[in-house]
Design a protein around this ligand. Sequence first.
Ligand code: ASP
Length: 463
Amino acid sequence: MKRLAPHWQILIALGLATITALVLRGLFGNAPEASSGEKLVSGVIATCGFIGDLFMRALKMIIVPLIVTAVVSGITGLKGVEGFGRLGIKTMVFYLTSSLAAILVGLVLVNLIEPGLNDGKPNTEILAAFEENKAKADPVDIAKVEVASQREGKDFLSIFKAMIPENVVDAASDNGQMLGVIIFSILFAIAVTQLPGHMGNNVRDFFEAANEAMVTVTKWIMAVAPIGVYALILPLIHKTGMDLFGQLGKYFFTVLFGLLIHFTVILPLALRFIGKVSPKAHFMAMRPALLMAFSTASSSATLPVTMRAVHENAGVSKRVSSFTLPLGSTVNMDGTALYECVAVIFVAQVMGIELGFGSQFFIVVAALLTSIGVAGIPSASLVAILLILKNSGIPNAEIAVITLLSVDRLLDMSRTAVNVYSDSCAAVIVARSEGEVFHFDELQEEEFIPEDNFSDDKSSQTE
Ligand code: ASP
């Protein structure tokens, strides 16, 4: 019997987890107490929590070796440092332009929909909800915001200091410091290209082989992805249920609508007209990575899957994908940038602060810059939001951020999927500009069946 394609397996796991969580919630509520049925529920939640944690740890376990081997083998495989400079410039231009486009979508929507206002006046109910939520918010969330506020709140440039790590081993062991690891790997790889013949070749061969081995480990982890996703999603839905919307409904809608426009209009237009690629075929190729991004809310944890999907399904060479994607997973966050812009202006609206052209311009630039520095981990952008709120002179920023954090997960899952999709679009567009051809170029959109490539056990040799 033909095995179900990976994206279907993950989608079914997502659906089953949602149904199970809602049934458990319906039967026993979300705060299990002492009765035997309720004990069973807390047992299920604890087991899922444990398995989900194992799955996330497995994904995170391979990030550093995957990034280092991919970046080094990708760059040492380029023909000289000249090719690298061209690739780097094209990639950064795409990243900055697409993030800016996303922010502008968010800016227009938040000014049109005005989710923080009620009949043109600050929505006092939301303001009261901010205050109320502060009292009953999860202590873990409160602690996170306090730490972020003390650590990053004042120094706007501190995010960028991470680009040059004091100690690369320290940076590698800290989830938030991947940019430092990437910059170090790039410098190392460029140095390798300057080594005399056999020395350089030996290093390149080593990193190429190590990268292939990491791809194999990724396949093993992906084989258990449906179980991992089920275990991750069930406790989440069980905890939050459908209460998420409430007073913040308009704000949710504004963010999700903005993400949808970027995902279904802006990026597909770029694919079609700049990359000369069928948006539908590209979307199909990326389904496993999109679902993983949605399930894990972490661009970094999704990176192994993104790299496989872009290389094996879409057919982008390792030369381009192994450079653009690791960089993109931390530097290019369109969904996050859009979200930051909407969230900051929403909070200002609720607090009754008028933002003139100058302030909104500052927010756009700040969202663009901080989205580059934000780590590819869940809820990382809340730190950036706090930073922008404080630098925009908005008082009591912490109270608002605690509430945003407590309802963040669904938005985080959605914006992470957009972040990952934008990285993949960049890889395809840059590869096309370098003259590459893809699997689906010769096919009609309907004929393209990417899962055949993804679930094959062979590793692709497309170069
Ligand atoms: N969770 C996002 C990511 O990993 C970052 C964020 O917006 O918080 O891409």
